[in-house]
Every structure is written in structure tokens, then in C-alpha cells.
Design a protein around this ligand. Structure first.
Ligand code: M6R
Length: 594
């Protein structure tokens, strides 16, 4: 959703701000803008893409300090007035903001009575006017007074016409400060600063950071806090396409490497006494998983494995539903969110904490908002994911969840051996799936001709079917439904005809025979069948119209192998259908509104 950037250094701000904004495009947005410091401030906005904004901003705009924003409309429609940066009445202060100011209407009324004139419908504009109201020549002080008046969430950066400073503040929305050589970068999302910064400072809730030519100073509740910059673990190349046509394809193909390094890290980490695994191990009676979308599917797979192997009952709840139903309190909640910013998950995690549960977050993003709510954090190691559709972050989540189970003392020794061995084999198996991308493309040609499909599975691969269907919807715009193979006959059979392919996800486990029966039933109703099966399963070969032959994986690892195959199937179908694969319409990478 919205993205923030800021720059203070010796180089011209214009190209750096625009480049940083381009690196945040993947978050999804509908307007964008920058302000370059000088007296007067120069502000440029566009309701199209960063590319068009770049054409709009004269190349020779002077100024080595500036801020920028990509906006995903919430308060007020998509218009140049509503686009950020927002200015005060005298055009001396500009601000960009992510989050929602809950009390903006009362502040707006108060400021209007005092003579402030508003030109936008946004909540953000009140911040510009409050900064103006309190500004007495030192922007940092105006920021302190301003945030004392705000309720809600924010990550913001402000710049003043007459000061060489950038002032930022965070409350409930992420903000990082990159430190380069003689320059500072500010961003809502670490990928924006890659290639410029060599180290990074993560702000915490309530922090105000003031940057000038000499230093970065961070204060919390009026007290200076010492913030040692940390090394950046992601490389700039991590957000490049590296020769691939799409980020999504690159990220799918990165999965063997992601799983390999995850495996090494988990197996090498001997001391788990204080970390997330220790918290998980304390849980013996009940467990709730909170997540949305793809992460919810990872939660369903975790439920299958935890209940099956550890005999702990698990409720998996769509985080957006948590507040709507009287769920019993749990002793432990696992909040799964790759971005760490999904508002529904954060709200649900806060609520379940109020009911007495402790929260273990599984996330890919260090210092993201969920980490400020959680008691412990299990990081996945997928690296930056630019494609809006979650691919490598999903399989990294599965690896993290399987590792929680593998490290549990409740796991029987034999099961532990099987899980450990499966973990070791997994990266190579996934590499073998990636190696047959061209075969999967052949099946995708068939699927791409259809407007609807069912993806069916059972057991641990039922959530795989749900996830495959989500990929097919968002990437290829095909109305695919993930369905329990056994449930098809209880209604959806009415939809089966020659135009409704069935994609059957088959694994070498106790569900195989029942899956074969389901395929027989489907074929009897003339629906074509594309089977995901393991090499050498002749019964499946005979029954199906198309077969994607995958390595034979044990439970639960078949869920990873099959998921990668379905990602590739959806990717190729999307490409054949000329869909905007990396940035599907209407959706955003981090959904930061409830
Ligand atoms: O960042 P999160 O894991 O919390 O995101 C939750 C969903 O919005 C997300 O998984 C979404 O469903 C995927 N991007 C779809 O590919």
C-alpha cells in the first residue's frame, strides 16, 4: 500500500527520490509525488505511475533534501489534491504519511476555526497544518508538539523550506532510516534504500528522528536514544529481476536457495532456549493461528501437522474474522504475516493478547509492526519479495512452521527423524520442480483457455489446493476454486462440464486412493483433469488428461513441492493470458487497512 521515501545528502534529491519510489511500486498505489527542499519547496504530484511523475519533474530541480510518497487511497479519492506530499497554508512545510489519523476530523475542525485552509479530503493534511501551527523555526520541535495531538497510526517524514533537516516519526507503521556515505535515506520499506545505504536504523513506536548534515538523532518521549546502525542483510540485487521477465518468476525460482539457507540456519541454531521455539514448546493445550490470504493457507497446513504430530488442537482464524466471533481465548497465538504489516493480523494479535494469550509472530520483515506486538518472533529468511503474489515467502513460512514442530519435545523420535530427513531433501526436490517449468507451461496452455477451474486436494494438500486457486485468481485472473476432493460431489458436481478443468493435487500419502476415486468421478462427468502427481504413479497417468510429474515427497513436504508446481502453473497461465503478473490489478503487497 502507501510507501514513504526521504533523502538528505549531497547529491541531487530528485533522481534518488524517484528511484526509491520506483522500488516501492510493488506495494501497490494509485498516485505519487515528491517535494524537494528549497525556498520555496517544489512539489510535484501525479495520479499515474512513478514513470509519469519522473517525466513531470524537471531534471534540473535543485535541492539535496526531499521526501516522496506512493499513495493507496483511503481517505478521499485518487486526485492530485489528495496525493502526498501535503503542504501547510504557507507552503513552508511538506509531509508524507502512511497510516490513519483517527481524530483528523476534530483536528481539522479546530484548525479551520483558526483559519487554516484545507485543499484535500485526506487525514494527512491535518499533520501539515499542525506542523505549521507549532513551527517556530525548528521542525523537530513542531513534530514533537504535533504527534502529541494525534491519535491513530503513522509513519511520516516532513521537510521545511528554510531548514536543512528531515524529521520523521513512527507510531504503528514502519519506518527505517538508511545510513550511506554522507547521506541519509528514509523509507517505509527497506527495499527502497537498497543500493544507497550501508547500514540501517529501525525506528520504534513513538520515536522522532531528526536528520541534518551532521547527524541522525532519535528521541523517544523527549529523551535521546542511542541507535546503533545495523548492517543491511539484503543486497541491492535482491530487488532486481536478474534477467527474469518477472519478479514473480524470479522469486518462484529462488525457492530452492531460500529453503537451503533456511534449513542451514534452523539446523545450525542449537540454542533455542529463549527464542520463538521455546515459546512454542511451552504450549501443550490450545493454539490459535491468525493470518490472512496466503499466510492463512500456511496456517491451515501448520494445523494439519501440529494436530497430527503433536496432538495439540489448533484453531486457524482469518484475522479479519477474529473480532467478529466469540472465539475462546488461547494460551498461544501464532500470527503469520510475511509483510508484518497486515492490519487485520496486527489488530487480531492485539486483541488476542488482551485475552491473555502470548503471541509468536512468523514474519519475513525485521522490525515490522507485528514484531512490536509479538512476544517472540520467528523470522523467515526469504529475502525481499517484490511480486505482489506471495510465493517464496509462503514456502519459507511453511519451513518455519515445520521447524517449530520439528523442534518440539512432544514430537516422537521417529517422526522427528522423518521431518529432519524431509527437510534436508526439500531444497533439491523444489529445484527439480523448478527444472520442469517448461512442462508445466504446456499444461498452463490448456488451463489458460478456461475461465474457471477447480483445484482439488485432501489432507495436507487441501490448503495447497486453496493456495493454488488463490495464485490462479490473482495471477491469471481465472476463477479457480480450491476444494476438498471429497466435497465436490456434495454440490459442485453441478458445475462440471467439458469447460471446467479439474486440477488434482495428489501426494504419496494415505489420501492417494481417495484422490484416485475423485478423479474417476470427475472424469465420469466429462471434466478434463490436470494431475499433479509423483513420478511413476501409473494409475494417475492413465486417468488424467495432463500430468505434472513431481518428485515423490513425504507429508508434509509434498505441500511445498505441490505449491511450487501450482505457482508455476498459475504464472505460465498468467503469462499466456497477458496478465500484469507482478502487480495484479486492485491488490497490494501489504494490506495496511482493516
Ligand atoms: O503480509 P501478509 O502475509 O500478512 O499478507 C496477507 C495476505 O494479504 C497475502 O498473503 C496475500 O493473500 C498474498 N499476497 C497473495 O499472494
Amino acid at each position: 500500500m502507501c510507501g514513504i521515501v526521504g533523502y538528505l545528502g549531497r547529491s541531487p534529491a530528485r533522481p534518488i527520490l524517484l528511484d526509491m519510489l520506483a522500488k516501492l511500486e510493488y506495494r501497490g498505489y494509485d498516485s505519487c509525488g515528491i517535494a524537494v527542499q528549497g525556498n520555496p519547496l517544489r512539489v510535484f504530484k501525479d495520479i499515474r505511475r512513478v514513470k509519469e511523475l519522473t517525466e513531470l519533474v524537471p531534471r534540473d530541480v535543485p535541492g539535496t533534501i526531499g521526501i516522496g510518497h506512493t499513495r493507496w487511497a483511503t481517505h478521499g479519492g485518487v486526485s492530485p489534491q489528495n496525493a502526498h506530499p501535503h503542504l501547510d497554508c504557507s507552503h513552508e512545510i511538506a509531509v508524507v504519511h502512511n497510516g490513519i489519523i483517527d481524530n483528523y476530523q476534530e483536528l481539522r475542525a479546530e484548525l479551520m476555526l483558526e483559519g487554516h485552509v484545507f485543499i484535500s479530503e485526506t487525514d494527512t493534511e491535518v499533520i501539515a497544518h499542525l506542523l505549521e501551527k507549532y513551527y517556530q523555526g525548528i521542525l523537530q520541535e513542531a513534530m514533537e508538539s504535533t504527534i502529541a495531538r494525534l491519535r491513530g497510526s503513522w509513519a511520516m517524514v516532513a521537510v521545511a523550506a528554510k531548514e536543512r533537516t528531515l524529521v520523521s516519526s513512527r507510531q504503528g507503521a514502519p519506518l527505517v532510516i538508511g545510513v550511506g556515505s554522507d547521506e541519509y535515506l528514509v523509507a517505509s520499506d527497506a527495499p527502497a534504500i537498497l543500493g544507497y545505504a550501508t547500514s540501517v536504523v529501525y525506528l520504534e513506536d513513538g520515536d522522532i528522528a531528526a536528520i541534518n548534515d551532521v547527524e541522525l538523532s532519535v528521541s523517544r518521549q523527549g529523551q535521546q536514544v542511542l541507535q546503533e546502525p545495523k548492517d543491511i542483510s539484503w543486497s541491492d540485487g535482491a530487488t532486481e529481476k536478474n534477467g527474469h521477465e518477472h519478479y514473480t518468476l524470479k522469486e518462484i525460482l529462488e525457492q530452492p536457495a531460500v529453503l537451503r539457507r533456511t534449513l542451514v540456519r534452523y539446523l545450525e541454531e542449537k540454542n533455542v532456549g529463549e527464542g520463538p521455539r521455546a515459546l512454542f514448546q511451552e504450549t501443550t493445550d490450545d493454539l490459535t493461528i491468525l493470518a490472512c490470504g496466503t499466510s492463512y493457507h500456511a496456517g491451515l497446513i501448520a494445523k494439519h501437522v501440529i494436530e497430527g504430530l503433536l496432538r495439540i488442537p489448533v484453531s486457524v482464524i482469518n484475522a479479519s474474522e477474529y473480532a467478529c466471533r466469540p472465539y475462546p481465548p488461547a494460551t498461544l497465538a501464532i500470527a503469520i504475516t510475511q509483510s508484518g504489516e497486515t492490519a487485520d493480523v496486527i489488530a487480531a494479535a492485539r486483541r488476542i493478547k488482551e485475552h491473555g494469550a502470548r503471541v509468536l509472530a512468523v514474519t519475513n520483515i525485521p522490525y515490522s509492526s507485528i514484531t512490536t506486538v509479538a512476544d517472540r518472533v520467528m523470522y523467515t529468511d526469504a529475502g525481499p519479495e517484490v511480486g505482489v503474489a506471495a510465493t517464496k515467502t509462503y514456502t519459507a513460512q511453511l519451513a518455519a512452521l515445520f521447524e517449530l514442530v520439528r523442534s518440539s519435545p512432544r514430537l516422537r523420535p521417529q517422526a522427528k527423524e522423518i521431518l529432519s530427513a524431509g527437510f534436508v531433501e526439500l531444497p533439491d526436490m523444489v529445484a527439480r520442480v523448478c527444472a520442469i517449468s517448461a512442462d508445466i507451461e504446456d499444461c498452463a496452455r490448456f488451463i489458460a483457455m478456461h475461465e474457471r477451474a477447480f483445484i482439488i486436494g485432501r489432507g495436507v494438500n487441501l490448503p495447497t489446493a486453496y493456495e493454488g486457486a488463490l495464485k490462479m485468481k490473482e495471477l491469471a485472473y481465472i476463477h479457480a476454486e480450491g476444494y476438498s476432493a471429497g466435497e465436490l460431489k456434495h454440490g459442485p458436481f453441478a458445475l462440471l462440464d467439458g469447460q471446467t478443468p479439474i486440477i488434482a493435487v495428489i501426494a504419496a500419502d494415505e489420501t492417494r486412493q481417495a484422490m484416485l476415486s475423485s478423479i474417476h468421478e470427475v472424469k465420469a462427468r466429462r471434466s478434463p483433469v490436470v494431475a499433479l502427481s509423483y513420478e511413476g504413479d501409473e494409475a494417475v497417468e492413465k486417468l488424467s488428461d495432463f500430468v505434472i510429474r513431481l518428485p515423490k515427497a513425504t507429508c508434509p513436504f509434498s505441500a511445498v513441492v505441490n505449491a511450487v508446481a501450482l505457482q508455476l502453473l498459475a504464472y505460465h497461465a498468467a503469462k499466456i493470458r497477458h496478465c500484469p503478473i507482478d502487480f495484479p490489478r486492485n491488490i497490494a503487497k501489504s494490506v495496511t487497512v482493516e
